[in-house]
Write a protein that binds this ligand. Structure first.
Ligand SMILES: CC(C)(COP(=O)(O)OP(=O)(O)OC[C@H]1O[C@@H](n2cnc3c(N)ncnc32)[C@H](O)[C@@H]1OP(=O)(O)O)[C@@H](O)C(=O)NCCC(=O)NCCS
Length: 154
């Protein structure tokens, strides 16, 4: 069977949920940024590896925004979606929502762009399958990813 050369972003969409526990927080009872980024990195890695069907490593986190705080007991839902694959690297957009259990309020707490690079069995960088965006939002992210990559290396 011929290997696929393109996959849709929805093929590797990854959702990860966590509950904020006391040892995830700072002395104010607020979720630590580093712990949230660790969870986001795991979701992004699963997404990249599902897309590439290869072992992938984090090359960089382009930008992380923390727009609101989460507290002990909140349910965190992290979504990771590939925006674009280049030659051996992929950009993964990750966003996280916090849900307050008692009132069900669900709000955005963080957004970030991760770059993952695929490795072969010898640990060398290796080409990845392309991304075929389907929706208007996916096409917008696909085009914007190239602009972000060019900006990163300009
Ligand atoms: C990421 C890594 C594999 C890149 O290796 P490298 O020999 O520099 O690879 P190259 O220069 O050939 O670049 C490979 C691709 O990665 C991209 N890349 C490399 N470093 C990058 C960076 N800092 N930011 C964004 N993209 C990067 C390149 O643009 C290139 O993309 P393309 O092939 O899609 O055009 C290597 O630096 C590495 O192993 N880093 C450690 C990864 C790791 O341990 N992560 C966990 C951190 S705790």
């Amino acid at each position: 069977m011929k290997a696929l050369s393109y996959k849709a972003p929805s093929d590797s969409e990854t959702i990860k949920t966590e509950v904020v526990c006391p040892n995830d927080t700072n002395p104010m009872g607020i979720l630590q940024g580093g712990r949230l980024v660790e969870w986001m990195d795991i979701a992004a890695a699963v997404c990249a590896q599902t897309h590439a069907e290869k072992i992938c490593v984090t090359a960089c986190i382009n930008r992380v925004d923390f727009s609101a705080a989460a507290k002990v007991g909140d349910i965190i839902t992290i979504s990771a979606r590939i925006t674009r694959a280049f030659k051996t690297s992929m950009e993964i957009f990750v966003f996280a929502f916090a849900k307050t259990v008692m009132d069900g309020k669900n709000y955005l707490i963080s957004e970030a762009y991760f770059i993952f690079v695929a490795l072969d069995e010898y640990g060398k960088t290796t080409p990845v399958i392309g991304v075929a965006p389907v929706t208007a939002a996916e096409k917008k992210q696909f085009n914007a990813a190239l602009v972000r990559k060019k900006k990163m290396f300009s």
